[in-house]
Design a protein around this ligand. Structure first.
Ligand code: GAR
Length: 210
């Protein structure tokens, strides 16, 4: 089976969606390890409950970003993954790390990229009076939240929406699209070519599948 390593920092609801997909034989591979930079991440428990190797690598025990990323690369490579999945992993990765896993590193970001890169996306969309919001799965490149988009799910902002109500709807969509993108990759249908991502050999549109 194709091997997946998932990196998390927190609740791990996206990890759970991937675990659930795997349990229905719908992931296209096996999650062989979950790594968290935070010891108290709830996602670690989700991994253990599913019988998956759960590893803590506390970033604050390393003297530099590069030292942490070096250690992270080592732990990941021990598990020989075909794909590395960032699922609420809240650390910026060094170019060295990103290059090492180029073409096999996916992230999910809570906005309709290229809009609202970075943190606090829901707050910023609401503050701007935005009408549309969503989530994007993308390949990770050196540019923060700037890698090519594979898939997006959009939602309309409703009158009276709060950060909480928006987060809930975003999460529901993330949990739908991330397992699909991971499966496409593991089945060899999704690739990062020299001119961008392809699905079944055809170039994806700039906003990915919607
Ligand atoms: C998700 O909404 C994900 O899009 C976001 O963190 C949340 C993690 O939730 N990721 C980022 O903001 C990346 N910069 P989860 O831990 O429940 O999967």
């Amino acid at each position: 089976a194709r091997r997946v390593v998932v990196l998390i920092s927190g609740n791990g609801s996206n990890l759970q969606a991937l675990i659930d997909a795997q349990s229905f034989d719908e992931l296209g591979g096996e999650i062989v390890a979950v790594i968290s930079n935070k010891a108290d991440a709830h996602g670690l428990q989700r991994a253990r409950d599913a019988g998956i190797d759960a590893v803590v690598l506390p970033h604050d025990e390393y003297e530099s970003r590069d030292a942490f990323d070096g250690a992270l690369i080592k732990v990941i490579e021990r598990h020989e993954p075909d794909l590395v999945v960032l699922a609420g992993f809240m650390r910026i990765l060094t170019p060295r790390f990103v290059h090492r896993f180029h073409g096999r590193l996916l992230n999910i970001h809570p906005s309709l990229l290229p809009a609202y890169r970075g943190l606090d996306t829901h707050k910023r969309v609401l503050a701007d009076g935005g009408e549309e919001h969503g989530a994007s799965v993308h390949f990770v490149t050196e540019e923060l939240d700037g890698g090519p988009v594979v898939m997006q799910a959009a939602l309309k902002i409703r009158p009276g929406d709060s950060e909480e109500s928006v987060v809930e709807r975003i999460h529901a969509r993330e949990h739908l699209i991330y397992p699909i993108a991971v499966r496409w990759f593991l089945e060899g249908r999704l690739q990062l070519g020299p001119d961008g991502p392809t699905l079944d050999g055809m170039a994806l549109p700039p906003q990915g599948m919607r």
